[in-house]
Design a protein around this ligand. Structure first.
Ligand code: DGP
Length: 118
């Protein structure tokens, strides 16, 4: 996978609180916050707090556990938002449209909306 420098990473700055964000979920290793350019009624980015990899293609076997943690956190995000169905995607690489080089999933929460989002 292409090697992308990690300095000035916007998601690291969000995690560190240097950039403002609308957080929807946080635990020791994962942060979920609203995408600044939503392309769905609810568009949430789920990222590892630590800059472990630029994208899925850079995740090593040793780091793979973070992928499960992202998935489990995403289920909690959906529950918290009162949504029973959601879809997700990840842009991996320039030709897939990736613009932020910090591993992340886009969760598009559109189905089963019950309101009560906070
Ligand atoms: P991509 O790398 O293409 O998977 O998309 C990155 C997404 O990150 C894009 O939808 C816009 C979003 N984004 C970029 N900068 C910021 C930011 O500073 N704050 C928030 N909340 N989202 C951002």
């Amino acid at each position: 996978m292409e090697s992308i420098p990690t300095e000035n990473c916007v998601f690291c700055q969000v995690v560190e609180g240097k950039l403002p964000s609308q957080k929807v979920y946080e635990d020791e290793e994962v942060l979920a916050f609203r995408d600044i350019h939503p392309s769905a009624p609810v568009h949430i980015l789920v990222v590892p707090k630590k800059h472990v990899a630029a994208n899925l293609g850079d995740v090593t076997a040793k780091q793979a556990q973070i992928l499960a943690k992202l998935q489990l956190a995403a289920a909690k995000v959906a529950q918290k938002a009162g949504i029973s169905e959601f879809s997700y995607r990840t842009n991996t690489g320039k030709s897939a449209g990736q613009s932020v080089w910090h591993l992340h999933y886009h969760y598009h929460l559109q189905g089963g909306w019950k309101g009560g989002e906070d």
